[in-house]
Design a protein around this ligand. Structure first.
Ligand code: PEP
Ligand code: MG
Length: 585
């Protein structure tokens, strides 16, 4: 038995069997196979080698066309290696004699070759070692790609274990079979974590080397409340966790009973609680949890689940489906937020060096006007069918807002000419998730209809802490006074500009911050649907005067420790039984 501590990102406790998923850039999960699987693994190996060969041929041809014969020659070595009978035979032997998967055999055999070249100790061979590594990644990419479809066709309930899971892998999972997600990398607000929460799957990330310790089929306890994974638990531990699991289910069921009640403070202030969704199907969970509508629809997931960019019709179909499911409740559609962790950089011809500061979100949309136009047309067309708002992500400069609005104005004229109905008053908002936008929020308030504060990115960019990096997860602090200060100034700017302001980052769904957010003046919070009941529980237990007093006190603190301690104390006082879990340090 082994206990591995990680970061709790999605609550719930589950016991299940491990299912390892790899990624080309990362550690290959170790999985031994049965002798009966050897032929199938050999076939996978040959398919991957052939696919890599086809890619190399294309790449070589393109390089020859664009750069000439000489540079194209570098691919001769790659192609030659793929045809090298000795290398292929040795890799096959690793499968048949070592009884390991094709990916393990490739990783091991190519590594031997890399070491051989490196030992030769001159620059030419050093370069060859790099070529082998490059080729290994390419072949593994094909093998792991095949794993993605394996992931889509799981035949029994399983805990997905991965070094790292891309959002598209997470989105492609067969959701009726995956019962929990555990990864080596990642932080609380990374996109895999958001998907896990959206799917209501217990999840722990940042488990360091867990995927190397676990074998396919191992029994695991995943404790998404405390961020603990127990590998091959003994009978006593299993029993202990079964009891914990029952308690956790009971308390969530009790909170769900609040879904029919209003989110109103003791002194009568009504708070709008909205759901964040990635797929229209999640609206069911928003409504079941008593949500007032959708405050954030992350439409980029339409891109991540298909190979080609979605067409205008694909967008429109998804939005109309969401509108139908919402039955008159509002829908806030965020335009595509591709890039950074929501874009497989491998799809780009040249991956960006610093994708989080690169061509992402609104910048990506403005750089791809044809695709962007298709989405904006679909949003406007959908607005004729229900209360739709739209907002632009990661705006850092008023010019981006103006360009986006200009495109909407042009499309409106087009639709008018075509006689297609749309809402001429559709509200257009800005996500405030970059410090420059927060600091200039007065300017943005004068030119937009609403703000939605994306604290996930706002924290990351304010504190210069990667939201998905477990090594700096301890520095990712929503309670940092700089974050509190920025949120407060954005709310003030919205108020003086007389526009609505909400929070749709994960902070909105954390009970620890509810009183502070209310006290700072927020009246709309948008979160993972499952969190709605617990936030409602906080709201129904407080008065606005209490929240405002707390916000004033917290606003004077100069360390996150002070902020957190004060918030914990207040939450604990409300009801230690209900909120005990959220105030645990
Ligand atoms: C945010 O950054 O807080 C946000 C809501 O957007 P996302 O998590 O999709 O980046
Ligand atoms: Mg964001």
């Amino acid at each position: 038995m082994q206990r591995i501590k990680g970061i709790a990102v999605s609550p719930g406790i589950i016991v299940g069997r491990a299912f390892l998923v790899g990624s080309a850039e990362q550690v290959v999960p170790h999985r031994t196979i049965d002798a009966s699987e050897v032929a199938a693994q050999h076939a996978r190996l040959h398919e991957a080698l052939a696919a890599a060969g086809r890619e190399i041929a294309e790449l070589s041809e393109r390089t020859r066309r664009e750069l000439g014969e000489e540079p194209a020659k570098i691919f001769q070595f790659h192609a030659g290696l793929l045809r090298d009978k000795a290398l292929v035979a040795a890799t096959e032997r690793r499968v048949s004699e070592g009884l390991v998967t094709a990916e393990q055999a490739v990783a091991d055999q190519f590594r031997v070759l890399v070491d051989q070249f490196k030992r030769m100790g001159n620059e030419v061979f050093e370069q060859k070692a790099n070529d082998v590594i490059d080729l290994e990644r390419r072949v593994l990419g094909h093998l792991m790609g095949a794993q993605e479809s394996r992931l889509a066709q799981l035949d029994a309930p399983a805990v997905v274990v991965a070094h790292e899971l891309t959002p598209s892998q997470a989105a492609a999972m067969d959701r009726s079979k995956v019962i929990a997600i555990v990864t080596d990398l990642g932080g609380r607000t990374g996109h895999t974590s958001i998907v896990a929460r959206a799917l209501g799957l217990p999840s722990v990330v940042g488990c360091q080397r867990l995927s190397a310790e676990v074998e396919d089929g191992d029994e695991l306890i995943v404790d998404g409340n405390d961020g603990m994974v127990i590998v091959r638990p003994d009978a006593r531990t299993l029993e202990e966790y079964r009891r914990k699991q029952e308690r956790s289910l009971r308390s969530r069921a009790a909170l769900r009973e609040l879904s029919g009640l209003e989110a109103v403070t003791k002194d009568g202030v009504r708070i709008q609680l909205m759901g964040n969704i990635e797929f229209p199907e999640e609206i069911e969970a928003v409504l079941a949890n008593g949500g007032d509508g959708v405050g954030l629809y992350r439409t980029e997931f339409l891109w991540l689940t298909r190979k080609e960019p979605p067409t205008e019709q694909d967008h429109l179909d998804a939005y109309l489906r969401a509108i139908r499911l919402l039955k008159g409740k509002p829908l806030t559609i965020r335009t595509c937020d591709l890039g950074a962790d929501k874009y497989t950089q491998e799809q780009m011809e040249e991956p960006e060096r610093n994708p989080f500061l690169g061509l992402r979100s609104i910048r990506h949309s403005l750089a791809n006007p044809a695709e962007f136009k298709g989405q904006l047309r679909a949003i406007l067309r959908a607005s004729a069918h229900g209360p739709v708002k739209t907002m632009f992500p990661l705006v850092s400069n008023p010019m981006e807002l103006r360009q986006g609005k200009l495109m909407l104005a042009d499309i409106s004229e087009e639709l008018e000419d075509e006689g297609i109905p749309f809402d001429r008053q559709m509200p257009v908002g800005v996500m405030i998730e970059v410090p420059s936008a927060a600091l200039m929020s007065r300017v943005f308030a004068a030119e937009s209809n609403f703000f939605s504060i994306g604290t996930n990115d706002l924290i990351q960019y304010t504190l210069a802490v990667d939201r998905g990096n477990e090594r700096v997860a301890h520095l990712y602090q929503a309670a940092h006074p700089a974050v509190v200060y920025l949120v407060k100034s954005v709310v003030r700017a919205a108020r003086s500009g007389n526009i609505d302001c909400s929070v749709c980052g994960e902070m909105a769904g954390e009970p620890l911050f509810s009183m502070l957010l209310l006290g700072m003046g927020l009246r709309t919070l948008s979160m993972v649907p499952d969190q709605i009941p617990v936030i409602k529980r906080v709201i129904r237990s407080v008065t606005m005067e209490h929240c405002e007093r707390l916000a004033r006190r917290v606003g004077s603190f100069d360390s996150e420790r002070q902020v957190e301690t004060a918030l914990r104390d207040e939450l604990r006082k409300l009801d230690p039984d209900v909120f005990g879990h959220w105030v645990a340090e």
